[in-house]
Design a protein around this ligand. Structure first.
Ligand SMILES: [Zn+2]
Length: 437
């Protein structure tokens, strides 16, 4: 615990020193041991031996998920298989899987990083840590497992599924901290309530370390109430390590990056330029001491921002904000990057409208014209034209304040936006020259 505590309270200078050393080592390691990096560095004119400041890393080319896929299965390994102790893979639902390999050292710091989340939640050797992420090639189960061991907890390796059995074990064993996806945590809570239990009282749960999918603040509040826990968000992906790259503390104001193992940048996904702290963009990560599968400037396609300032919990590692969707969802409107999730955030502040909406893009006088259609909540009077117009104007004003662009708001009747397979199509792009030449 002592050494761990110290790592979490290093000064900015100390952290940056570790990061610079890590970057220097990683870029040379990649260049000398992974043919892909040799070629991509040479093509970009990036000299890995000339890195002297953190800023010098900006000259290195990005790595994408496609690059990792193209080098499936072992092309990105920087160590011989004899040193690799474990392999994980992404699900590969949209194509070939990406592979993450771990040496003994890599596994050790993975556990160490995840264990930070358990410590942020106040976890100690007295805690019963209940893992219901799936075990297997997916990084969730074993990542959390190693974290539980590293934090000294009693680990219950439940894996996913068998909900009733999960609940029984959770109650009988007195599980105190749970690790799973937020949607599964909600499912556990709902099934427990259905069975006549009151999980907030009947269980000893007090914290959840939840990840692998985004969840809204409203969803979190409901989950915390139902289970009687503090729900902490955990970020990670197979290409980098798995869960534990960044984890929320009890302040719940952003996720502390494990900055002694990962160097984060935020870039404008359209131009690739690095953005200053506080601005939303795509998260790009370089590993600092990953041996088997190092990555240099990996484009995560996840949208977040680096939160300026320090955290009240005292941990000195910088924080990223909770994820705000994927770059695949990004719209460029009148030169401004906009994510549908930002629009959702604004609408969440108006109880009169539902979460069913559609953004329609057209071209007017050669400029992007944006219309947001949003359904009124059924219990709000749609026939009160005066009130509707006032509400439209209020939403429009707040969107302009938040997103800095003009969006025409049209409130429509409940169920008037077309659903396909239970989901609404969020964006309809009718602009000339974008998809409709
Ligand atoms: Zn904190």
């Amino acid at each position: 615990m002592g050494a761990q505590t110290d790592v979490l309270h290093l000064s900015r200078d100390e952290i940056e020193k570790i990061q610079l050393e890590g970057i220097k080592k990683t870029v040379v390691d990649c260049y000398e041991n992974v043919p892909f990096y040799k070629k991509s560095f040479d093509d970009a004119g990036f000299n890995p031996y000339a890195v002297e400041t953190l800023d010098d890393l900006k000259a290195a080319p990005f790595v994408t998920k496609q690059d990792l896929r193209d080098n499936y299965p072992y092309g990105m390994l920087a160590r011989p298989l004899s040193e690799v102790k474990e392999i994980h893979m992404s699900s590969g639902t949209t194509g070939i899987a990406t592979v993450g390999a771990y040496t003994e050292h890599d596994l050790q710091f993975w556990g160490d990083c995840f264990a930070r989340g358990i410590r942020y939640a106040g976890g100690t050797a007295d805690d019963v840590f209940h893992v219901c992420y799936g075990y297997g090639l997916f990084t969730g189960g074993l990542g959390a497992h190693y974290g539980g061991l590293s934090a000294g907890c009693t680990v219950i390796p439940m894996s996913s599924g068998s909900t009733e059995r999960q609940l029984r074990v959770m109650r009988d064993m007195g599980s105190t901290i749970i690790a799973c996806t937020p949607s599964y945590a909600m499912h556990l809570a709902d099934v427990a309530i259905e069975k006549g239990m009151n999980p907030a009282q009947d269980f000893k749960l007090r914290a959840g370390i939840l990840g692998a999918e985004p969840f809204s603040d409203n969803f979190r509040a409901e989950l915390e109430r139902k289970l009687g826990i503090k729900a902490l968000d955990v970020y990670g992906l197979t290409e980098l390590m798995g869960p534990g790259v960044a984890i929320e503390c009890l302040e719940q104001k952003g996720l502390h990056i494990a900055e002694d193992h990962f160097y984060c940048e935020i870039i404008d996904p359209a131009t690739g330029e690095t953005l200053p702290d506080g601005e939303w963009g795509e998260l790009v990560i370089t590993t600092l001491d990953r041996e088997a599968s190092p990555v240099v400037r990996y484009r995560t396609r996840d949208i977040t921002r680096i939160l300026p300032g320090t955290c009240a919990c005292g941990v000195t590692h910088r924080r990223i904000d909770r994820l705000h969707g994927r770059t695949d969802d990004m719209l460029v409107l009148r030169g401004v990057n906009v994510f549908p999730s930002q629009v959702e955030d604004v609408m969440e502040t108006f109880p009169e409208v539902s979460s069913w909406y559609q953004i329609e893009l057209t071209t007017k006088n050669s400029l992007d014209n944006v219309t947001l259609k949003v359904e009124i909540n059924p219990d709000f009077d749609f026939d009160n034209i005066g009130a509707i117009e006032k509400l439209q104007a209020a939403i429009q004003k707040r969107l302009k304040e938040q997103l800095l662009i003009k969006i025409n708001v049209r409130i429509v009747e409940p169920k008037s936006i077309a659903r396909s397979e239970g989901k609404a199509k969020r964006v309809i792009d009718l602009r000339k020259g974008i998809y409709n030449d």
